[in-house]
Every structure is written in C-alpha cells, then in structure tokens.
Design a protein around this ligand. Sequence first.
Ligand code: HEC
Ligand code: HEC
Ligand code: HEC
Ligand code: HEC
Ligand code: HEC
Length: 363
Amino acid sequence: MRSKFLLGAIVLTTALIMIAGCERKVVVESKESAELGSCFTCHGDEGLLLQAQGEWKNSIHASGNNIDYTNRGGGSDCTKCHDHQGFLEYLATGSVSAPYSSVSAIHCFTCHAPHERGNLTLRTVAPVALKNGDIFDHGNANFCVNCHQARQSVEQIVDSLVLTTNRWGPHHSQQGDMLNGSNCFEIDGYDYDKTSHHANLIDDACAGCHMGASQAHDGYKIGGHSFNMLYVSEETGDISNLASGVCGQAGCHPGATNYDIDSAQTHVHEWIEELHTLLVDAGVLNASTGLPNVPRGGTLLIPDRNVAGALWNYLQVEGDRSFGVHNFAYIRDLLQSSIDYLESLQGSPVGKPRALTAPIASH
Ligand code: HEC
Ligand code: HEC
Ligand code: HEC
Ligand code: HEC
Ligand code: HEC
C-alpha cells in the first residue's frame, strides 16, 4: 500500500517539477545509484529509510525548538548550527549569509545528500578544527562536531577580564571540546589527564554511543537517529541506551544498569555544585541565572585570569551535560583544580589536585 502511495507521490512530484521547471528536480548522479536503478531501494515498505524516519521523529534535532530566532543577519552565525539552510551554506562556502527567506529544522538532507549521491553517506567526515585550533578527528563524529563545539577559544576569552555581557562563555554546544580534552582552562601548577578513553575506544565516538543499536528498542525512542542516550518519560520511566552494548563492549562496564558508573556522575554533580558556590561567593557567577554575573547595562570585573578560567571551566562542564561521561578524567581535573584555586583565594593554601573522594575504577 505504502509503496503504491509513494509511487503516486513520486510521479506527481516529478510531473509538477517538469511543469514548473523548478530546481527541486530529483537528480541521481552517481553510477552506483544509477545501477540501483530503483528509487525503492530507499523508498518503500522494505526500504532503508523507515527505521531512521521513525527514530528521527524522537530527535531533538527534529523538534526545531531553537530555530525560530536564529535566522539573524548582521554577521550572526546562529543559523550555521541551528538550521538546515545555514549549515549547508556553511559547508559549501565556510560562511553564512543569513537572514534566509525561511529556515527549517535539521533533517535527512542536512546530513545526507541521497539524491545527488545516490547513497546515504554523510556530507562530510573531514576532521574539524575546534576554536582553540585543536583538531577533532574521530570518524563519523567529525560530522557532529561541526556544530557540537564551543563558539569561542578559552585563550582569547580569558585575556579580557572586563565583561560587558553575560553571553561570555562557550555556548551550550561544547561536547566536541570535552570529548577531545580541548579548549578548557588549565591552571599553572596542576596536572590534567587528557586521555580520552571514550573518544579513542568507541568507533565514531558521538555516533558510536548516541546512535548505538536502535533496533534493540521499541518505539524508536533511543539510539539510532533519535540520537538520545536517555529518553525521559513518566509513562515508561527513563529508558537508557545500555542495551545497545556500547557501555559493556570489550568488557569495559559489564553489568552497568545506568550511566552513573562507579558513581562518577554523582561525583561530577557534587563538584559542579561546589564550584558553583565558590564562583557565586567570588561574585562572578549569578546564582539565579547560572550565567556570568554581569549587571544589566554594567560591567563585571574578574579578579584574575585563573578565576576567569574557573568560570569558563564551570560553564564548559555544566553545559556539556554528560556529567563526566564524555571525558571523566579531564572533567574531574578541571573541576578539582578550579575549586582548589578558588579556595586558595579564601585563605586555603594552593595545593595539587585533591585525591578523589572515592576511587573510580580505571577504564
Ligand atoms: C539513497 C537513498 C535514496 C534514493 C535512491 C532515492 N531517495 Fe528520495 N529520498 C531519500 C531520503 C533520505 C529522503 C528524505 C525522506 C524524509 O524526509 O523522511 C527522500 C525524499 C524524497 C522525496 C520527498 C521530497 C523531498 O525532496 O523531500 C521524493 C519526492 C523523493 N525522495 C523521490 C525520489 C525519487 C523519484 C527517487 C529515484 C529517482 C529517489 N527519491 C531515490 C533517499 C533516497
Ligand atoms: C557552533 C554551532 C552553534 C552556533 C554558531 C550557535 N549554536 Fe546555539 N546551540 C548549538 C548546539 C549544538 C546546541 C545544543 C546543544 C545541547 O543540546 O547540548 C545549541 C543550543 C542553543 C540553545 C538552547 C539552550 C538550551 O539550554 O536549551 C539556544 C537558546 C541557542 N543555542 C541559541 C543560539 C543563538 C541565539 C546563536 C547565535 C547567536 C547560536 N545558538 C549559535 C550550536 C550552536
Ligand atoms: C544529524 C545528522 C543526521 C540526520 C539528520 C540524519 N542522519 Fe542518517 N545517518 C547519520 C549518521 C551519522 C549515520 C551513520 C551512523 C553511524 O555512524 O553509526 C547515518 C546513517 C543513516 C543510514 C544508514 C546508512 C547505511 O547504508 O548504513 C540511513 C538509512 C539513514 N542514515 C537515513 C536517514 C534518514 C531517512 C534521515 C531523515 C529521517 C536521516 N538519516 C537523518 C546522520 C544523520
Ligand atoms: C547542523 C548542526 C548539527 C549537527 C551536524 C548535529 N547536531 Fe546535534 N544538535 C544541534 C542543535 C542546534 C541541537 C539543539 C536543537 C534544539 O534544541 O532545537 C542539537 C541537539 C542534539 C542532541 C539533543 C540534546 C538534548 O537537548 O537532549 C543530541 C543528543 C545531539 N544533538 C547529538 C548529535 C550527534 C550525535 C550528532 C552527529 C551524528 C549531531 N548531534 C549532529 C546541531 C547539530
Ligand atoms: C561514551 C559514549 C558517549 C560518547 C562517545 C558521546 N556521548 Fe554524549 N552522552 C553520553 C551519555 C551517557 C550522556 C548522558 C546521559 C545522561 O546521564 O543524561 C550524554 C549526554 C550528551 C548530551 C546531553 C543531552 C543528552 O542527550 O543527555 C549531548 C548533547 C551529547 N551527549 C552529545 C554528544 C556529542 C555531540 C558527542 C561527540 C562529540 C557525544 N555526545 C559523545 C554518551 C556519549
């Protein structure tokens, strides 16, 4: 039934395109796809697309929650990551010329170009330079990190200690930096463990975890093109993507029943809380907004570069929202050194990174 319906739709679309002479013509160029011969390789009851389409509906990407106000002109780059039109222009030219006549949410054609290529490869998997110049290179995850990266370089930003806007900071998109162990503030005299087990052990990093084994679950709510690690629902209770086997593979975390493995996330939550309090006490973080404490129309003077760095580290780790999963050792060291430095300003001696409050199994 559905195949017949689609065929009808395709014939009609093709006819409309011919009549209108419109540029939305379906062009299948590659030899491979010419040999596939049939549109139904992808479209149709047994087609490749159905599973992905079901999952994608449950993706935050599909919600379009954050596209409405991003189509700004005047050199604003929001559209580069927040909608389809901006991202494609950015990939093609390296810049955006917003505002566009209209913008749409990220969808299949944002990431794939099936009608030009005749397959479902990603538009690019080239390594990506983060804002501090470090290179992110982890297979298919490179694609994600075109968008999921901080918008500023820590080195540039901590040099200016007079803040005139509470928009100071990495933005909400720093997962690439955190996974890579990059672009955070490292205070002189402390050691930072940057070995990112998760970036190196899991093929395709972001995609390896977030898109893991969707078939294992009904309702397409986690894994695959939902990109969800956790589906929160009152009806079903929280569903995690542990069944995918990603966490337990190669004997890493056998038998894990949630992501708080060895209480790592619990510790990270506690350290974030501690750092939050210290930053608020130092007057640089606003307790109610969670943003830099810049008074409306005024300025915030940060006492020194390390305090600015501690504020940056707080925003990086908090905004990453994996609470340790993306790079536990680095996140631990950033939080502990930042806490330690701020405590030293209150009279405690500057120390080395503190011993962990509980042992965390190495992995
Ligand atoms: C390699 C896989 C693939 C092949 C082959 C393919 N398509 Fe598509 N097509 C897609 C995907 C992916 C979408 C987006 C589906 C969605 O939005 O859920 C799509 C969407 C469409 C749409 C919806 C209109 C639009 O542009 O959004 C039409 C019409 C269409 N295809 C026609 C065709 C025709 C005709 C052929 C054969 C010449 C064809 N497709 C071959 C993958 C393919
Ligand atoms: C480098 C890519 C990039 C750019 C440029 C960018 N964003 Fe984002 N933004 C993201 C990503 C990725 C997320 C979602 C991250 C997440 O959910 O953890 C996000 C999230 C957001 C959110 C949601 C925060 C929340 O807590 O729900 C808002 C609001 C937002 N961006 C506004 C903007 C505006 C306004 C601009 C332009 C001034 C902009 N963004 C530029 C990548 C970007
Ligand atoms: C945000 C980017 C993104 C969007 C949006 C997206 N995909 Fe994908 N897609 C991927 C990635 C990444 C992979 C590779 C998966 C992996 O590495 O495990 C993939 C793989 C696929 C595959 C498997 C290809 C193969 O031959 O193995 C299919 C089918 C597919 N996508 C269809 C779709 C359809 C249909 C849509 C729209 C409903 C869609 N995708 C939207 C990123 C995306
Ligand atoms: C074109 C830019 C872009 C690309 C490419 C992209 N994302 Fe996103 N992603 C976003 C934006 C923007 C949001 C926030 C959307 C919103 O709130 O409306 C987001 C949201 C998400 C979320 C949901 C966060 C939440 O609030 O729960 C996850 C998970 C995610 N992305 C993972 C990925 C993965 C994995 C990839 C690569 C396969 C990827 N993204 C590729 C821009 C992108
Ligand atoms: C080791 C597996 C793993 C890797 C690799 C990974 N993530 Fe995550 N990610 C998680 C887990 C687990 C969570 C947190 C789930 C929880 O406790 O809420 C998470 C949380 C997130 C969130 C916050 C929203 C949410 O879905 O909870 C975003 C956005 C996100 N990851 C994007 C990415 C991106 C982009 C990459 C690649 C740069 C990436 N992740 C790499 C496992 C992973």
